[in-house]
Design a binder for this molecule. Structure first.
Ligand code: ACM
Length: 529
């Protein structure tokens, strides 16, 4: 079988492409013409291509490669681009600088895989050929993300920068950082220094899944500096990736309560930073100091993270402490709430309103029983029906269903390899198939913003683990989020051609099945653990 032309192997697949005959040759003399608003994309092109190819791609007003922003270009939106490669010129155009960043990744994938490497290619050719082509490419969804949990295991800023590079290669545009939880607090907050001096460290970790009785007997921890987080945000922005921070509440806060017991419901009790996995029943109190705490933390979060969205968690919040606490019961009564359980929505509502007053949009995890307040963008992680319900109630929605987006679940049916989170098998086909997108639009124009993969890190302590869990499954999510549903043969054929790109970048991927399975298991019907 003849090998496919390179534009047929692009991942994600572009909206429209037409092969043309011939090629454009890049060599040491090739220069790049970029107006000031296109300079960021020209810099990225050099950052990405020069190490492997040695091509300087020097700036010049007479460059044969032109990068241009034209806000008048219609139909490309915030992230679309048009690319024309002819024998004597390359023209990349977009209505925004971000659109150009997406087109740069396409240019990169049009070159041989060796051009993607971070080091000089072994037998470095002096000339690199770009196939002539005409591409118009516009994403299907605005939110195309990956969540990384940096709490269950800490992953340093260099590891995250590398993951951002890989997100950008796949035209993913959100890195959601899960920064706080029962097992640690990773972002320094000047107003509450013990959050990281105390809350960033735990004595040991459970070995095996939730319920295990074994512990590893050694400390775990880590926190970023503010400069590291600011640097990460800038690094991501240069690649067109937005970093969305998650500061979880009212549950999943045991690390914060270990640092500041007065923020809980039992100030007399000293808590450790949790060493177990699972759901912990210690939650935030609902007294005024807690509201002050939430506002102070979110104020610093907004200083560091300029993204329009801030995630407030909201998942897995047992309400037993509030039911037992006279203070919480009095608060529920004073606020006219039907029961202490409603303090979940009340507290999230207060924090969400604070964000909204500062021009930001709150995001939360939705699950049965706990409704998120109006104005929250909903990540529906349990059942697709919750997404449809949230849309009906007027929320914007990001699809994050565990059966198709939780990359910490096993990725093979034979469950070989390192421990995975117990749960369904989420193989490449399940991610590729995704979930049907609910078509329901809420009365006030609520919509599906997009989709996002999750890597919870109970069983992912190393940078190599993140690679192994993400790739190649994240390629399938990226394709779906940018292009929309594609057939399995189309996707798996492109993935086969894409794999050498991942290899050139040193991605420690999970082995791709050598032949696609033919027993088409529809998404979400994988056997349970
Ligand atoms: C979740 O998996 N608890 C959002």
């Amino acid at each position: 079988m003849p090998s496919p032309r390179r534009e047929q192997t692009l991942l994600p697949r572009p909206t429209r492409f037409a092969p043309r005959s011939g090629h454009f040759t890049l060599d040491a003399a090739t220069t790049v013409r970029a107006a000031p608003e296109a300079e960021g994309a020209a810099d990225l092109l050099r950052t990405l291509l020069t190490p492997a190819t040695g091509l300087p791609l020097a700036p010049s007003t007479a460059g044969a490669v032109t990068l241009a922003v034209d806000p008048g270009l219609l139909g490309l939106g915030q992230e679309g681009y048009g690319l024309t490669v002819s024998p004597h010129s390359v023209l990349l155009r977009a209505a925004t600088p971000t659109g150009l960043l997406r087109g740069v990744q396409t240019l990169r994938q049009l070159l041989p895989p060796e051009a993607l490497a971070e080091r000089p290619a072994a037998a470095r050719p002096e000339r690199w050929e770009l196939p002539c082509t005409e591409i118009t490419d516009v994403p299907r969804h605005d939110w195309r993300g990956l969540m990384i949990d940096v709490v269950r295991h800490f992953h340093d800023a260099a590891t995250l920068r590398r993951q951002i590079d890989l997100l950008a290669l796949h035209k993913l545009n959100v890195l959601h950082l899960h920064l706080t939880d029962d097992q640690g607090w990773r972002m320094p907050v000047a107003a509450y220094p013990r959050l990281t001096t105390v809350g960033a460290h735990r004595a040991e970790s459970m070995v095996g899944p939730d319920g295990s009785t074994r512990f590893d007997g050694r400390p775990h921890g880590g926190a970023y500096t503010r400069a590291e987080l600011t640097g990460l945000v800038e690094y991501a922005a240069r690649r067109g990736v937005s970093v969305v921070p998650e500061i979880g509440m009212p549950g999943h806060v045991r690390a914060a309560l270990a640092a500041y017991p007065h923020l809980g419901n039992r100030p007399d009790r000293t808590l450790d930073v949790w060493t177990r996995w699972g759901v912990c029943d210690t939650v935030l109190g609902v007294h005024d100091e807690v509201l002050d705490f939430c506002r102070a933390v979110l104020a610093e979060v907004m200083e560091v993270f300029p993204a329009p969205y801030v995630h407030l968690g909201g998942d897995e919040c047992p309400t037993t402490e509030w039911e037992r606490s006279p203070v919480a019961r009095a608060r529920a009564a004073a606020e006219g709430l039907p029961a202490p359980a409603a303090l979940h929505g009340w507290l999230l509502g207060k924090a969400g309103a604070y964000l909204a007053d500062h021009g930001r949009r709150p995001v939360g995890w939705a699950e049965n029983g706990s409704r998120l307040p109006p104005g929250f963008t909903v990540m529906s992680w349990r059942e697709p029906a919750h997404a449809a319900e949230a849309l009906r109630r007027g929320h914007d929605v990001v699809l994050t269903h565990h059966r198709t987006t939780y990359l910490d679940y096993a990725q093979d049916h034979d469950r070989c390899g390192p421990t995975a989170q117990p749960g369904p098998v989420v193989d490449l086909r399940a991610v590729h198939g995704g979930d049907p997108e609910p078509h329901t639009r809420g009365a006030d124009g609520a919509r599906v913003l997009g989709t996002q993969a999750q890597i919870w890190t109970e069983f992912a302590p190393t940078a190599a683990d993140l690679d192994r869990l993400a790739y190649p499954r994240l390629c399938a999510l990226a394709d779906r989020a940018w292009t929309g549903p594609t057939t399995w043969p189309d996707f798996s054929g492109r993935l086969t051609a894409h794999t050498p790109r991942l290899d050139a970048l040193g991605v420690r991927r999970h082995p791709t099945p050598s032949a696609p399975r033919t027993d088409a298991a529809p998404a979400g019907t994988a056997p349970s653990a």
